[in-house]
Design a protein around this ligand. Structure first.
Ligand code: RP5
Length: 159
């Protein structure tokens, strides 16, 4: 699994994806890649992702968030875009920049912020689970723990 982000300042958000991948014991590599500050690295990373046969690339970016779309143009590895919550527009800019890809080069787009980062990792795990039974078992166990945590909440006593 590849996890990339447009800036070190996106790390706190993307940590959500890394936590999930670690919980599910899915190997990953992390890079800061910027579509505007390091544009030359995008084709290199796209080719690397194909060479390593990465299942997906989770790409987080904020503001004029062109990293996921640009990266998707340089690789056939599926790109899962995470809109980072920007200060100026609360991530609406990031969301619209990532989700509104013109037809031809798709980017799967998730919610703004940490929820999106976590769900991108869970989505990637679900894709892996279609062919990897060990990941399937760990993902099922993760969901079962989540359900149990709700059931164990004293707030629900008596339901
Ligand atoms: C984007 O610009 C990054 O993804 C980040 O969310 C945003 C701001 O970057 P910094 O100025 O904090 O490096 O490229």
């Amino acid at each position: 699994m590849g996890v990339v982000m447009g800036s070190r300042s996106d790390f706190e958000t993307m940590q959500g994806a890394l936590d999930v991948l670690r919980d599910l014991d899915i190997p990953y590599e992390v890079r800061v890649l910027s579509a505007h500050r390091t544009p030359g690295l995008l084709p290199t990373y796209g080719a690397r992702a194909e060479r390593l046969n990465l299942a997906c690339i989770i790409a987080g970016a904020g503001g004029a968030a062109h990293l996921p779309g640009m990266l998707a143009a340089f690789t056939r590895v599926p790109v899962l875009g995470v809109p980072v919550q920007s200060r100026a527009l609360s991530g609406q800019d990031s969301l619209l920049s990532i989700v509104q890809m013109p037809a031809g080069i798709p980017v799967a787009t998730f919610a703004i912020g940490v929820a999106g980062a976590k769900n991108a990792a869970l989505f990637a795990a679900a894709i892996l689970a279609t062919t990897d039974t060990a990941v399937r078992e760990r993902l099922d166990a993760h969901r079962a723990r989540q359900t149990q945590a709700v059931l164990d909440d004293p707030f629900f006593e008596g339901h």
